[in-house]
Design a protein around this ligand. Sequence first.
Ligand SMILES: *[C@@H]1O[C@H](CO)[C@@H](O)[C@H](O)[C@H]1NC(C)=O
Ligand SMILES: *[C@@H]1O[C@H](CO)[C@@H](O)[C@H](O)[C@H]1NC(C)=O
Ligand SMILES: *[C@@H]1O[C@H](CO)[C@@H](O)[C@H](O)[C@H]1NC(C)=O
Ligand SMILES: *[C@@H]1O[C@H](CO)[C@@H](O)[C@H](O)[C@H]1NC(C)=O
Ligand SMILES: *[C@@H]1O[C@H](CO)[C@@H](O)[C@H](O)[C@H]1NC(C)=O
Length: 419
Amino acid sequence: MGFLGRTTAALSLLASIAAAKHYDVTVGKNGQLRFDPETLVAEIGDTITYNYFARNHSVTQSSFEKPCQPEAGGFFSGFVPTESPDVASRTTFTITVKDSKPIWVYCSQTNGNHCQSGMVHAINAPSQGNTFAKFKDLAAIAPTSTSPPDGLPVGGIRKLHVDVGLNGTLTYSPNNITELPRTVVSFSFNPRNHTVTQSSFDKPCFPLPNNSGFSSGFIATTQSPSGATFEIVIPDTKPIWFYCGQVNGNHCQAGMVGSINAPVVGNTLEAFIAKAKVAPPPSVIPPIAPLGGKVFVKGKEILKFNLNGGNAIDVDQILGIAPPPVTVSGTIYPPMGTGKPSTLVTVTRPNTATYTTKTETVTTKPYYTYGGEGEYKPTATATYSKGWGKGGDEACDEEGSGSGEWSGEWKSKSWEKGY
Ligand SMILES: *[C@@H]1O[C@H](CO)[C@@H](O)[C@H](O)[C@H]1NC(C)=O
Ligand SMILES: *[C@@H]1O[C@H](CO)[C@@H](O)[C@H](O)[C@H]1NC(C)=O
Ligand SMILES: *[C@@H]1O[C@H](CO)[C@@H](O)[C@H](O)[C@H]1NC(C)=O
Ligand SMILES: *[C@@H]1O[C@H](CO)[C@@H](O)[C@H](O)[C@H]1NC(C)=O
Ligand SMILES: *[C@@H]1O[C@H](CO)[C@@H](O)[C@H](O)[C@H]1NC(C)=O
């Protein structure tokens, strides 16, 4: 038995030019009041991402002279409360090095005097004169720390990472987001075919009027993670409600909804989920995408959605990832030579949302008959179209075709399309 794969149109991505370097720094890992590494040497254009651990730290720029006070015009991440000492918060803060001057940093948490306890950090600290060691000594005797008064991130990118449909589940993780205004919420898409669309509390599975809310559009992928993200910026402290508008499987009604800064009483996320459950299908999303945010595939912004009327993309197609082929095998009986019709054919086709395979036994129509002389290798072609598996298996929403081949001593005049 053999098979022929199908081809997929492949779009090539421009390789991005990696000039700038990227560094990761941990903030308070394993319960320590410490940045790791404490010091860094970085060049203009390099980026540094701060990864937070329990309990509730900040990354705040100071001057050398006043280690535990914010410097005017400096960066501030805002506080990042988180539970785990060894699993980083989903919230990160990233700065870009803008010049070659030393950058002095501290944690402004006063509960426990983090800065005075040595929770300081420096980029491009001189090795003589105003050294990092001296900065730390100054911090130890510094008066009580302060933070920028509005408490909001500035001078860098505060980003919350949310997984969409992780492990094939109809979920956003987390779905109950509490975040500061100005924070970028980055939704990372996993298989299958989901959206992140803004709704109102009252109509959970329906977009805001006049395309005034955000919508990622349908983002289909078989890869986990796919490299596809949808990013929005939280504008203010008002509650934000969102849902997945996939009708195939009624994702919204199945609980694939979430909130940003939902009230803890009254219109809570739990109340929203309950409303979504009884929202009349089908869900709707705006006809164009992306709206109110940006879609990236492996860092490249997708400005325009061209497929399916402008609100859907197939990430595999963008990345040139070919689906696995359809394979066909068969039990053909009664045996050759009897002149009787075939009865069974087994098709293994990709369950395209995850690329696991699915085997299907098809009882064919009686179109195969033995009719004459000569050796023949029967072949069969399987085609499947969008929507295949509807009902039982909403995961499959691609189309394609493949063919399989039996070899053998069978004698036949014709083997036509099998199913
Ligand atoms: C984190 O610390 C800041 C500053 O002390 C405080 O305002 C905020 O309430 C804390 N957040 C949590 C969740 O404890
Ligand atoms: C996804 O699977 C991983 C590994 O199997 C597991 O640790 C994680 O909790 C799962 N997440 C969800 C949202 O199901
Ligand atoms: C979100 O839900 C998780 C799990 O149910 C819970 O542990 C966490 O406290 C909730 N967070 C917020 C901000 O409500
Ligand atoms: C939507 O746009 C129409 C036409 O511009 C306008 O009449 C209507 O009031 C808008 N609706 C909302 C809810 O903003
Ligand atoms: C994703 O789902 C939408 C809505 O059901 C559909 O129009 C689109 O074709 C799907 N994309 C893929 C690649 O299956």
